[in-house]
Design a protein around this ligand. Structure first.
Ligand code: HEC
Ligand code: HEC
Length: 492
């Protein structure tokens, strides 16, 4: 009897230990907390225009947007017989269900669903896919799932929809071997073909007007340029010029600039990065701040007040269900997923040449800003012409040296804090679009002194001639030293 009791007690203990190992008690932060929201963003360079977001009470009164199961889309002519009919028989299915999540791995997997969910949905057009896919289908004819519009969504039985604006759409990289790297700098091919440009050139006056109004919602900053002047400057020719220089890895996120769009950053390793966005617009103090960033960037920023200006007063243009939000559980899972992303194995080895490059990196002073192990000192630097406000010197990590790059994004936009952060150099071997504007696609071009000249034409698609100013570090190196430095950078 005694032994049996002991065995029972022991196995209970073992069971409890196993449970502790397996169960994961997430501490879901309250994302839209008034106090935390108030000081999570840096003030703008035009301080009285810093965004004021909706209150916690208003935010939590919004309805939570469920995340539905989605289904693969096939290239035209590759669909199995009866596929669409079978989809039309399916009931909508909500796939994000926090009550079913037990382990940390469960939460991370659920976060991936949030990362891939498209908030802005459209009815499926009668004929063919919604967008022309810039990438080929796989061997079974399935279109790349992360490209906007490439999955069927069922919110209502019998109605197929497609969607856009998932995090995955911009933050997934197609590697040279065709594999997908989630979280890395996206390369969704926004480069427009000749046919796209011809279609745009033929747009009707009404279509032009619609595009201009949308551009005002996305980029309007009336303290810089009145709406009237902004619309007048965005002629059809200017729009066509902007379309022609769209290139992989660069996209005009709302609140930035149509004429000076930023590069898409890699989210791999973001846990250690203190400021988010090129302009260091959002402070990243905790997992809750990353969640807050996701909220503002999926459209809440277009509902904010910038002084007396509200870009899109009625509803955000980024959700087909106005008045909805993420749940705090969805956001926690999303952030946990982003934190879990790992870089791919680096094929570039630390050989003798790279070690020489490492010494040059130190000698040239790169190390003061791109400090190992993160290869950033996690500090902000003032843009050309910006005077650092005294109060920020006390609260933030600021290096009082301007690297002298183009100040447009930092000084004249809704994310314009007056600063550029020092970016991490980790993973430059699998990235392109360097500098906050993604001005060059190779480290060779970045370190080429000819880029300071007006007739410089960077290599790669979508570029046009023009000087790329600032950040003159390492430009004077002898060719062999430059090669060694680049070899080193590619090991990071
Ligand atoms: C339409 C493309 C697009 C979509 C969709 C998108 N992003 Fe981004 N993301 C960008 C661009 C462009 C930037 C850089 C903005 C800047 O520097 O001003 C960025 C910046 C970020 C950053 C800052 C990283 C850093 O190192 O500074 C984070 C974090 C991020 N995005 C997460 C997300 C999440 C989470 C989602 C989904 C909720 C998402 N993004 C959706 C394009 C996109
Ligand atoms: C005074 C600080 C400072 C020093 C010194 C410095 N950098 Fe930078 N670096 C920056 C800042 C700030 C940026 C972003 C500038 C921008 O985008 O406007 C940057 C951007 C870069 C980028 C582009 C990264 C990306 O993700 O787009 C590379 C590559 C780079 N630096 C390499 C170097 C090398 C190599 C050296 C030394 C030869 C060096 N830097 C010296 C501050 C510095």
């Amino acid at each position: 009897m005694k032994t049996r009791l002991c065995t029972a007690a022991c196995s209970a203990l073992v069971f409890a230990a196993l449970c502790i190992a397996q169960s994961f008690r997430p501490e879901i932060p309250k994302v839209w907390d008034d106090e935390a929201v108030h000081n999570f963003e840096l003030p703008l360079a035009h301080r009285d225009r810093s965004p004021r977001h909706m209150s916690s009470a208003e935010y939590y009164a919004l309805k939570v947007r469920p995340i539905y199961r989605t289904y693969p889309m096939y290239a035209p002519g590759r669909e199995p017989a009866g596929y669409i009919e079978s989809l039309k028989q399916k009931e909508p299915e909500i796939v994000f269900d926090p009550s079913k999540l037990k382990t940390k791995a469960d939460w991370i997997a659920a976060g991936k669903l949030v990362f891939e969910s498209e908030p802005l949905m459209f009815p499926l057009p009668e004929k063919g896919p919604f967008f022309t896919s810039p990438l080929p289908p796989d061997k079974d004819g399935v279109l790349p799932p992360f490209i906007p519009g490439n999955r069927y969504i069922i919110r209502k039985k019998g109605v197929l929809e497609v969607g856009i604006n998932a995090c995955a759409g911009c933050h997934t990289r197609v590697m040279p071997d065709g594999s997908l790297l989630p979280g890395a700098q996206g390369v969704v091919d926004f480069v427009n073909s000749e046919a796209d440009l011809r279609r745009a050139a033929a747009m009707s006056p009404e279509a032009l007007k619609r595009r201009q109004e949308m551009a005002w919602i996305l980029y309007g900053a009336p303290w810089i340029l009145s709406k009237e002047k902004f619309l007048a400057s965005l002629t059809k020719d200017e729009m066509l010029r902007q379309l022609a220089v769209e290139r992989p890895g660069v996209i005009g996120r709302q609140g930035t600039s149509a004429s000076h769009p930023p590069h898409i950053p890699s989210l791999i390793g973001i846990k250690d990065i203190r400021y988010l966005d090129s302009t260091g617009f959002a402070r990243h103090r905790s997992i809750a701040d990353l969640a807050r960033y996701a909220v503002t960037n999926q459209g809440l920023d277009t509902l904010a007040h910038y002084g007396d200006f509200q870009p899109s007063p009625a509803s955000t243009p980024f959700s087909s269900e106005p008045g909805t939000r993420y749940s705090d559980e969805q956001l926690y899972a999303l952030a946990l997923y982003i934190y879990s992303l790992e870089p791919p194995t680096n094929p570039n080895k630390m050989d003798a040449r790279a070690r020489r490059g490492q010494r040059i990196f130190a000698q040239q002073g790169c190390i003061g800003c791109h400090t190992p192990p993160l290869y950033t000192n996690n500090m902000l630097t003032p843009a050309l012409g910006f005077t650092i406000p005294d109060d920020l010197r006390k609260t933030d990590a600021i290096l009082d040296v301007s690297v002298g790059t183009d100040p447009t994004l930092a000084m004249t936009t809704r994310r314009g804090t007056g600063f550029y952060k020092v970016p991490s150099l980790r993973g430059v071997w699998y990235r392109n679009a360097f500098g906050h504007g993604g001005w060059v696609d190779t480290l060779e071009d970045w370190l080429d002194p000819a880029r300071l000249n007006d007739d410089f034409l960077p290599s790669g698609p979508g570029h046009r001639k023009g000087a790329i100013k600032g950040h003159e570090f390492g430009l004077k190196l002898a060719p062999a030293d430059k090669e060694a430095l680049i070899a080193f950078l590619k090991t990071l």
